[in-house]
Design a protein around this ligand. Structure first.
Ligand code: BTN
Length: 288
């Protein structure tokens, strides 16, 4: 076993902690992560499993049981990783697959902020830490060189008009080569940190930096709302001003991506000159 692999196994070593197949990490590195982490709540409790169905399903279960804000579920691989629009999320070893329990005191209609906040945190971090030229793609993708490196899945449970709890899942393709680990159309459109940098990165320092950034944005946004986050997010949004095709499960629309409005909806200018506000969908865009 190589030294790198041995250290990796050490980092990921864990003991069975809770009933029901959950694992609580006792590895030194995760403990150190929690000690050096400069956050108030995010990641103060990290639950780790080598294999889990979906870290988001796990986090939702914990949230239902009363887990506090900032609780993180983390896995080495997921067997039933989920993406938006009921898609499967392929989660090989080497990726950073985690979810976080949040209890924002917001209206449910404001929770879209979480998608932009998490996407912006990843885009900024990969740029600042590794010099990657990241871009954000509406609503929840982060790309490098036109290929997806990360996706965000935000889900919530409501109490009347309010958010009861939310779970934000982040899937970041880190230490694997997308060409080897993925297949089919996913592989064609995906990249990873390893592929872009030509080397592996320390997952624990990536997670630490990401949690710190996400927490800062999250608490700042409690006062300032979505607007400042969205402005920063748009500085990475290369699709704006381009011809795009927007598809959801029912229709496909082609037009010019004009803007993302204050509610997080895409504003599309159609061929006939009309503008349309799109709330749900995926975009493919044609670079000039
Ligand atoms: C998307 O691009 O459609 C969102 C992908 C989100 C994947 C992450 S991986 C960690 C968490 N657990 C899941 O099952 N999904 C999210």
């Amino acid at each position: 076993m190589s030294i790198r692999r041995a250290l990796g196994a050490f980092f990921w070593s864990c003991v069975r902690g809770l009933s029901g197949g959950f694992y609580v990490s006792t590895s030194m590195r995760l403990e150190r992560l929690q000690e050096s982490l400069c956050t108030r709540r995010f990641g103060k409790r990290v639950l780790y499993s080598r294999v889990v169905g979906s870290t988001s399903d796990w986090a939702k279960e914990l949230a239902r049981l009363g887990a506090e804000e900032g609780t993180v579920t983390l896995a080495q691989t997921q067997t039933a990783g989920r993406g938006r629009l009921e898609r499967r999320w392929v989660s090989p070893r080497g990726g950073l697959w985690f979810s976080i329990v949040l209890r924002p005191k917001w209206k449910a209609c404001e929770a879209v902020r979480l998608v932009f906040l998490a996407g912006l945190a990843v885009a900024e971090l990969l740029h600042e830490k590794y010099g990657l030229r990241t871009e954000t793609k509406w609503p929840n993708d982060i790309l490098v060189n036109g290929k997806k490196i990360c996706g965000v899945l935000a889900e919530m449970n409501t109490k009347g008009e309010d958010v009861n709890y939310a779970v934000v899942g982040v899937g970041l393709n880190a230490n694997f080569c997308a060409d080897d680990a993925l297949s089919g159309s996913v592989k064609m459109n995906a990249t990873s940190i390893e592929r872009e940098l030509g080397r592996r990165v320390r997952l624990e320092s990536l997670l630490e930096a990401l949690l710190e950034k996400m927490e800062k944005m999250y608490y700042e946004s409690a006062n300032s709302g979505l607007a400042p986050i969205l402005e920063r997010w748009k500085t990475y949004a290369e699709f704006l001003g381009h011809e795009v095709v927007v598809s959801d499960q029912e229709e496909r629309l082609r037009g010019l991506a004009l803007d993302v409005d204050p509610d997080g909806a895409l504003i599309l200018k159609l061929k006939d000159g009309r503008t349309k506000q799109i709330i749900v969908g995926d975009i493919t865009f044609f670079r000039k």
